[in-house]
Design a protein around this ligand. Structure first.
Ligand SMILES: NC(=O)c1ccc[n+]([C@@H]2O[C@H](COP(=O)([O-])OP(=O)(O)OC[C@H]3O[C@@H](n4cnc5c(N)ncnc54)[C@H](O)[C@@H]3O)[C@@H](O)[C@H]2O)c1
Length: 264
């Protein structure tokens, strides 16, 4: 039985992940950690059956992890919190699945160092859906053929999303830029802003949009759009739980979802 802890347990993703863990035959929820609903039963917070797992205070995460001793911690919180949670887990040799987005390069390098120094295994991905991981591969192929086309990335998310542009859009930009040997990135345009050979990135926020990403390759007389639309957060939750099962037996290292899926 893989013992699972979830940070951000009371959030939109945390709740779905817990439901998936409960459905899984080889996993057991041992710890639910958040800054809200401290002491309440997580099943009651989620409005399902009582689970006899009280929400632990994220400010005392050390004590919660020492008491419950999870094999894998799944983090869907916010960047500042996740960066700290990763360091705490790495020091305790707890394996990690990190879905939180919006890390600064500095936060990311501190996290990576803690994971490497402690020789644990971690899967870190701004998007755990199978479709988006295939989409990223398609972008690399398209960019290799269409490098001289104008490239724009347009993403849309719900009005509660805190970071912009999305981690998925940023990863798309990095993949295309790497394929093309380095490109400047421009975030939106305003005023006099004649297009150069940059990649333009545009973030739309509204309503309950789960997550849309379109990459436009526009040339003379034609354009190609490669698009992914998430209909439900379940696509991310399924992937995160699959990543937790995979990382449980993985040797030390920092992995992406494409490693879990066996994609190139
Ligand atoms: N990688 C993916 O596939 C994927 C998919 C969806 C969302 N996300 C990312 O996951 C993160 C969470 O998204 P969400 O929609 O569930 O957000 P949310 O706001 O619904 O949930 C975040 C939860 O984290 C809790 N939290 C805040 N600080 C904490 C701390 N220090 N310790 C523990 N818990 C803390 C909040 O109280 C809240 O319950 C965001 O960064 C989002 O961009 C990633």
């Amino acid at each position: 039985m893989i013992k699972i802890a979830v940070t951000g347990a009371c959030g939109k993703m945390g709740g779905l992940i817990i439901e998936n863990v409960l459905r899984s035959k080889d996993m057991k929820l041992v710890s639910a950690i958040d800054i809200n609903n401290i002491g309440r039963d997580i099943g009651e917070v989620m409005k399902i059956a009582k689970l006899n797992v009280a929400v632990d205070d994220a400010n005392n995460i050390d004590a919660a992890l020492d008491r419950t001793r999870p094999d894998v911690l799944i983090d869907f919180t916010i960047a500042n919190a996740a960066a700290r949670n990763v360091i705490v887990c790495a020091n305790k040799k707890i394996k990690l699945v990190v879905g939180t987005t919006g890390f600064t390069p500095q936060q990311r390098s501190i996290m990576d160092e803690a994971i490497r120094m402690n020789r644990i295994a971690a899967v870190i991905s701004p998007n755990f859906s199978i479709g988006v991981n295939v989409f990223w591969g398609l972008l690399s192929e398209a960019a290799a053929q269409l490098g001289d086309y104008d490239i724009e990335i347009i993403e849309a998310h719900h009005n509660q999303k805190k970071d912009a542009p999305s981690g998925t859009a940023m990863k798309a930009a990095q993949i295309i830029s790497k394929t093309l040997g380095g490109k400047d990135l421009i975030y939106g345009r305003h005023g006099l802003s004649q297009r150069q050979k940059e990649i333009g990135i545009h973030a739309v926020r509204g309503g309950d949009i789960v997550g849309d990403h379109t990459v436009l390759f526009a040339g003379d007389g034609e354009r190609i759009e490669i698009k992914h639309q998430a209909h439900s957060r379940q696509a991310f939750a399924n992937g995160a739980v699959r990543a937790a099962q995979w990382v449980y037996t993985a040797s030390s290292g920092i992995y992406e979802m494409k490693d879990v899926l066996g994609l190139k």
